[in-house]
Design a protein. Structure first.
Ligand code: F3S
Length: 71
């Protein structure tokens, strides 16, 4: 089981995460990312199995390590 969250304080709105895994990450009106899953704005939420691979790629691809991850 993995959980994810986006730290908006360090996100630079590069767009990589929601391009890589649009089922989990989404852009706000200014291009900053957030986790679109239920509870994603409040803190870490579990990544559904079917999105795990793409979400992990998104985490690995974030240039500022703002896509946070807990295994
Ligand atoms: Fe921001 Fe990183 Fe996504 S900089 S837009 S959280 S890839």
């Amino acid at each position: 089981m993995a959980k994810t969250w986006v730290d908006k304080d360090t996100c630079i709105a590069c767009g990589a995460c929601y391009s890589t895994c649009p089922d989990v990450y989404e852009s706000d009106d200014d291009g900053y990312a957030f986790v679109k899953l239920e509870g994603g704005l409040e803190g870490f939420v579990e990544v559904p199995e079917e999105f795990l691979s793409d979400a992990q790629d998104a985490k690995d691809g974030c240039p500022t390590e703002s896509v946070r991850w807990e295994d």
